[in-house]
Write a protein that binds this ligand. Sequence first.
Ligand code: B3K
Ligand code: ZN
Length: 877
Amino acid sequence: MSDPRAIYLKDYQVPTYQIEQTELRFDLSSEATRVRARLCVQRDDTTSVSEPLVLDGEALTLISVAIDGRPLDAAEYDADEHSLTLHAVPDRFWLETEVEIAPASNTALEGLYQSNGMFCTQCEPEGFRRITFYPDRPDVMSRFTTTVIGDRTTLPVLLSNGNPIDQCVIDDARHYVTWEDPHPKPAYLFALVAGNLEKREDHFTTASGRDVLLQLWVETQNLNKTEFAMNALKRSMRWDEERFGREYDLDRFMIVAVDDFNMGAMENKGLNIFNSSAVLANPETTVDMMFQRIEGIVAHEYFHNWSGNRVTCRDWFQLALKEGFTVFRDQLFSSDVNSAPVKRIEDVALLRTAQFAEDSGPTAHPVRPDHFIEITNFYTLTVYEKGAEVVRMLRNLLGWEQFRQGSDLYFDRFDGQAVRVEDFIDCMAEVSGQDLTRFMLWYAQAGTPEVTATSAYDADARCLTLSLSQRTPPTPGQTEKEPLQIPVAMGLVGADGKDLPLIMNGESLGTSTVLVMTDAEHRFVFENLDAAPVPSLLRGFSAPVKLHHALSDEQLAFLMRHDSDGFNRWDAGQQLALSELERLMAAWHADEPLVVGDRLIDTMRALITEPADDKAVLAEMLRLPSEAFIAEQQAEVHIDAIHHARRAATRALGEALYDEFAALYDRERSDAPYSPHFEQIAQRSLKNVALGYLCATGRPDALALAQAQFDDNANMTDVRAALTQLAHADDTALGEPAVRAFGERWAHDPLVMDQWFATQVSRPQPDALERVRFLMGHEAFSIKNPNRVRALIGTFVNQNLVNFHREDGQGYRLLADVVIELNRLNPDIAARMVLPLTRFRRLDPVRRAAMRGELERIRGESLSRSVFEVVEKALAD
Ligand code: B3K
Ligand code: ZN
């Protein structure tokens, strides 16, 4: 580790030089790509003439430097490992540099690299400096012209941002294409792709009548997986016009699928680059959940064209400005085109497990961090998901109409600029007249606020007093917290299950309202109530907080059936199940038999047998809280207790409701041709939940159903659901052959093999860890490919808690081994993978010590900045 120094938001300084024009020329070769850059450099008015020009550069071999055509000699510049400094430069000049880079040995997948022979780039946040010397910061925006020279046979397709303006064959071997992007952009939005690719093409006519050419570029064998994403793109383009008034601004929009990619996708201007797992889909290879994920990611990247590209971030501390807003936009899109309550349920489930865990661990940070060592470590659930919740709260506080006005004002006012979170909030304050000063604390304070609610009914006065208090626990580096502005959407449910009219201070508020907290404590008095109602609080999860509202199991069961808010109905069910699971956990600790109470069984029975208006919601309501969510609720986490309680409950429900689940399974079977439409997805989801409960009993007839579904081979969703049941059964008689058959059938398709890996390593039985080690040697596995690592290792450590946390510490050892290897190959992925090892705070002393021990072993290595930052924080905890 050379010099892991932190960078602070408070030290921001405006750029001293701007780049008006950027002309790039790439001569592509795996080992020695030549990059020539001609930059039209302009000194900022406020910069003194003696100020040197400092350009960022990493892992570049400098060949030459010239100013206005005059080659510089070595005394006129300094080049070190991170920068190129020119001492005396004119006010305005052309700087020409040439560097050499080696894409084939770039395993970090940042900058220019190769994936299956294809050349591609990833520049956000600081990858462009691995391509050429440049002021690699988002507040330097420039017009780019890019010439790509490549081999005619192996690289017939040469792409970059914007429009092609010239192309020509150079000689027998080589050709070139020149691209021009008319929109000034920061370097992080630059992209280049070169390879042997095929395309699916389509067109979109914008609201103002312009024709846009749409292209989706893939390797030949994947052409049959492109239809869904193309349609999702067209839906997104139309939706952004209709919902946010945003039209596309170039003549073409391209998407490229790449196998080796650190994240889901990247919103490069006019040339989005996607992880193949986030774009390729067809019914034979792809499960429903992935279709929906792909739709969301295609939309997300497209929406960035406005929230991110046209209006970008001043500096990387402002990352949530574009990410939080864009995630909110993609959530709204998915919710408009699918089942809205289920979308909300899924998003909140992710937030409350994974983001809350981040907020309560050693890497907790505010939505807008104030310092970092390595910015790639801050592409987190806090920045993305909590960032989206913060934008959603603005919508909740302002209402949709004003929120939309604020969004319009933001896009109009800052189009073409690099701005701050304050600029966004100011627009919202301006259109609404609301004071959002306290709201800004959401961006500055880390940790999950806890809201405690109590209510008291006064029969004589016929009123209900609702007391709300808030407190945010300390997080590393932030011991004192101030009260936040919290919107609490709520209603009062009467004995007949209907929402009661809300009357406060004589004023009628309808049947649902948003209470706004700004202080540590509040009291709200609701009048004119004949009997004590049940308060339904935080409807739609109106704020990203932990709500403590002591409701009895009876009240929870009541809300679960009657709450007019779909999200709160589901949440009441989760709380009810959680309280039953906590009883079972206590029994497990006391070595008593794990007997599931009648209330849970009866509520589940009622859910299954009564007609459901939304099957997707029903499927969610039938699922028990995940192990990770249960763990997140405990002050002290006992993985084994959680695992055995949940397993016992699943089995007991399967036994007690076997006939009901069997009938449900039958009812939801269908021969209709596959469609990823949400209604069909809901039906499959419901059927496969039922199959899960049936198989949990271990009964041969249940496993026979799974085997039949597997053999039926109707679509990947059903095949995979069946395979999971077979492969996770105690008895391996059916599972082993099914796993083998699946692996042979799909050996040619890496994205399906990822599912094969994930299914095997999430097996709850104690042989899972050995299975992981064995599969790491499988020919379909490669530690250099992030998708393989996530499928095999990521699934094991994040979704097989009972085996990852084995008491002998072998799970931790395995992860540390992987992190140490990845640290050399791909620091970004290494720093993500190590995170589960850092969450030891609430575990028992034996596991805590074992996890710290492995972290210390990692610290003994020569660490990348990213891994160093995470491990230091964890060990300081
Ligand atoms: N903006 C990209 C993030 C890329 C960061 C890579 N370290 C993906 C997205 O949020 O759309
Ligand atoms: Zn994004």
